[in-house]
Design a protein around this ligand. Structure first.
Ligand SMILES: Cc1cc2nc3c(=O)[nH]c(=O)nc-3n(C[C@H](O)[C@H](O)[C@H](O)COP(=O)(O)OP(=O)(O)OC[C@H]3O[C@@H](n4cnc5c(N)ncnc54)[C@H](O)[C@@H]3O)c2cc1C
Length: 465
């Protein structure tokens, strides 16, 4: 069955049980000059952002605790997670996104009690405002779908209702909108730390300051050797010549030549040495395609810069109001402490690893802000407090969750296209289910498999902010 992963299932059922041998193990190679300590883990997660942390938490919850999370930065949250706006919403257009949000928002509302750490979930709502009939029809169709999938509290609002919520909004051209009171915000850093602290309390290991430099893949049936076989130089020294290594022990950039169906994960090369494992979860955020390539797999995930502008303290808007989305321009804003956080998707932005804030963006966003909320023209903005981060975009703006098609034991949890924080509870749960059982009862995960791009089964999400 597509998207299923029976070999990992069989392996993990054996290794995640109570009879799990203690890790790490020590291996002594028969060469005096080659004394290596080879770390082992049932699962290696690459990346400790909110998604990798959630996968670690959900694996540990399910009893799989021989898990190692590898993070190249000295602290968690240096990737997209630390740049996020923290918005959570169930107001999506596709069933799969609505279901993932429903599960996640319910999880956030119980996070403190379930995980034992705060998520700072604030149910302030999301308010979508439509200014033309097309957007109105779109919101109506979405609302019907959301209600049919159990998100029953999405309200239809008139311009008069909208003004009651945010009196400073210009509504002369607004035809109506939708409001969901359980949408709102979380603190992404707290959620990430909560997941990871809980996972570590259960035995999951986290290596900070450790770069994954390669993924080791066994070539397949002909001449296959176990993860600890072969000469130590062949296994551990990426600089050794290819000819000197066993044919089944090739590193990252050589694996694309391997026979697709027979490739299987056998280890991860890191700046601290080799980790022997049969299962790798790619949770590398905007860098996910690079990590996939290390195993010879292709992943259509591209980084795209997003910029946020906070205002100085501003008291002309209410102390509490929803995330407001002006559908005519895509401009949206919410309160952040004493100031207002302004966001807008610049259509001129092009893909790439650009993380510098572009000061010319301030004028563009303030034009949209002042047009919808005239009093925002008086808000002070210090461009040095503004920031940029990376969305991890896929061609259909939906996540990719599931096993690689050509490398057994490699799993993706990537490409959230701007929704990775809000979908972190669901994506961690689905990924853990797939690794441990080969399927998830939360959603039909085959919809999110990477194969959909080759098979033309794209899921277009148009409610992308
Ligand atoms: C400006 C902005 C606003 C956003 N607003 C929202 C929002 O309101 N709501 C929402 O849901 N989402 C939002 N997002 C998107 C959200 O932040 C991301 O989808 C989410 O944080 C992705 O989490 P992650 O754990 O997959 O990636 P990351 O947080 O980027 O974590 C990946 C980690 O992998 C590590 N890594 C990469 N390569 C390697 C390697 N070779 N070896 C070791 N470690 C490696 C990185 O150092 C990084 O820490 C926003 C994003 C941005 C940029």
């Amino acid at each position: 069955m597509k998207g299923e992963s029976a070999p990992a299932l069989a392996f993990l059922y054996q290794s995640c049980g109570p009879a799990l041998p203690p890790a790490p193990r020590l291996y002594f190679f028969p060469f005096p000059s080659y004394f290596y300590r080879v770390e082992t883990a049932d699962v290696v997660i690459i990346g400790s952002g909110i998604v990798g942390s959630s996968v670690a938490y959900h694996l540990a919850q399910a009893g799989c605790t021989n898990v190692l999370v590898v993070e190249r930065e000295a602290h968690q949250g240096k990737g997209s997670t630390g740049k996020s706006m923290g918005g959570v919403r169930a107001q999506f257009s596709t069933p799969v996104n609505i279901k993932m949000s429903k599960y996640s928002i319910d999880f956030f509302s119980r996070f403190d009690e379930v995980v034992g750490h705060p998520a700072d979930y604030r149910a302030h709502g999301y308010l979508f405002c439509a200014t033309n009939e097309k957007h109105l029809a779109y919101l109506k169709a979405n609302r019907e779908r959301q209600i049919s999938l159990g998100v029953t509290n999405v309200e239809w609002v008139s311009p008069e209702d909208i003004v009651k919520m945010v009196p400073q909004l210009r509504v002369d051209d607004v035809l109506g909108g939708t409001f969901c009171p359980t949408d709102g915000f979380v603190d992404p850093h707290s959620v990430m730390m909560g997941f990871m602290l809980n996972a570590r309390e259960r035995g999951v290991r986290l290596w900070l300051d450790t770069q994954v430099t390669g993924i080791q893949v066994d070539a397949g049936s002909a001449g296959v050797r176990g993860p600890h076989a072969g000469s130590p130089r062949g296994v551990l020294d990426p600089s050794a010549s290819v000819g000197a290594r066993p044919a089944s022990k090739r590193n990252a950039d050589e694996t694309s030549a391997l026979p697709a169906s027979d490739s299987r994960i056998s280890g991860v090369m890191t700046s601290r040495g080799l980790v022997s494992t049969r299962v790798v979860v790619n949770a590398a955020g905007p860098w996910a395609a690079e990590v996939a390539k290390m195993a010879g797999a292709e992943l259509p995930v591209e980084p795209l810069r997003r910029q946020l502008v906070p205002t100085e303290p501003f008291d002309q808007l209410p102390k509490r109001f929803p995330m407001v989305i002006d559908m005519s321009t895509g401009f949206h804003f919410r309160r952040e402490g004493k100031g207002i956080l302004l966001a807008w998707n610049d259509p001129e932005e092009t893909p790439g690893f650009k993380t510098e804030f572009d000061s010319t963006f301030v004028e563009k966003i303030l034009t949209h802000a002042a047009s919808r909320v005239p009093c925002l023209a008086e808000a002070g903005v210090n461009p040095r407090r503004a920031w940029a981060g990376l969305y991890e975009m896929t061609p259909d703006h939906h996540a990719i969750i599931g096993p690689s098609t050509n490398v057994k034991g490699l799993y993706f949890v990537n490409g959230f296209s701007g929704h990775g924080v809000m979908h972190s509870p669901a994506s961690g749960r689905i990924a853990a289910d797939l690794v441990l059982h080969g399927h998830s009862d939360l959603i039909d995960a085959t919809q999110l498999s990477v194969e959909r791009f080759k098979e033309g089964r794209l899921l277009e999400e148009t409610a992308v902010l």
